[in-house]
Ligand binder design. Structure first.
Ligand code: ADP
Ligand code: MG
Length: 250
């Protein structure tokens, strides 16, 4: 695979990251380095810690042991670091998490206006640019509840892009969608990948993984069990757990 989109610079680094929910050891010695422009797909059974891991990367969850460094900034209790990292890391969730009482346009303008202190006019211009990119500029004045799931998820992606992130995290962005809407969201994600965005996507969309992933990571019971390029990962899985998982989803 052509990997010229991957830069030398390490953008995300996890070193021996461990996390517990009370007594429950949810992440076990996670080690991972992601380079600028790299696209990582994370898969694994339900409950294996995929969401927890990516939520730790923008501090929606905190880890208790080990180190996470994003663009050279350590994620620790220093709120200045957390604020800096959140400005650079966009996140898209399974259930969209749009503000239901705000229009599409206002959803997109909120963080740029309040976090980045952009004037409304500038925030609106950026919002319209990204709503055009995800092909729904005509929905700008509607409320999320008036849109289909696929359209809502594209708004969520546009909203993240309005903050001009260097890294995008996706947590099962298509698993709440009806089948006919999955493609419209994946198409937007493929375009983002083509533009060089660093991406970590939790997804079981194997067509997407084969098309865009530089690496597929398989997690089970809080550990990274196996990682490989998509070709090797799907055609020649090494561990029994990976083989079992693939036999259930493919
Ligand atoms: P995945 O995304 O792979 O399905 P999660 O990261 O959501 O896995 O969850 C991993 C494990 O941690 C599961 O057993 C889940 O029940 C548990 N868990 C997730 N969030 C919490 C929480 N806030 N408090 C306690 N346990 C949690
Ligand atoms: Mg999850």
């Amino acid at each position: 695979m052509n990997q010229s989109h991957i830069k030398d610079e390490i953008e995300i680094e996890l070193k021996n990251v461990n996390k517990w929910y009370d007594d429950f050891h949810v992440l076990r010695d996670i080690n991972l380095q992601v380079r600028k422009g790299e696209r990582i797909v994370i898969c694994g059974p339900s409950g294996s810690g995929k969401s927890t891991m990516i939520r730790c990367l923008n501090r929606l969850e905190s880890h208790q042991k080990g180190d996470i460094t994003i663009e050279g900034t350590p994620l620790n209790n220093d709120v200045r670091n957390i604020d800096a990292i959140r400005k650079d890391v966009g996140m898209v969730f399974q259930h969209f998490n749009l503000f239901p009482h705000l229009t599409v346009l206002d959803n997109c303008c909120l963080a740029p206006q309040w976090v980045k202190k952009q004037p409304r006019k500038e925030a609106e211009a950026t919002a319209m640019k990204f709503l055009e990119r995800v092909k729904i500029p005509d929905q700008a004045l509607k409320y999320p509840g008036q849109l289909s799931g696929g359209q809502q998820q594209r708004v969520a992606i546009a909203r993240s892009l309005c903050m001009n992130p260097n890294i995008m995290l996706f947590d099962e962005p298509t698993s709440a969608l009806d089948p006919e809407m999955i493609k419209e969201v994946l198409d937007v994600m493929v375009e983002l990948a083509d533009e060089g965005m660093t991406m970590l996507c939790v997804t079981h969309e194997m067509g997407f993984a084969k098309k865009v992933a530089d690496r597929v990571i398989f997690m089970d019971a809080g550990e990274i069990i196996e990682e490989n390029n998509p070709h090797e990962f799907f055609d020649n899985p090494q561990s029994e757990r990976t083989k079992l998982f693939l036999s259930q989803i493919l």
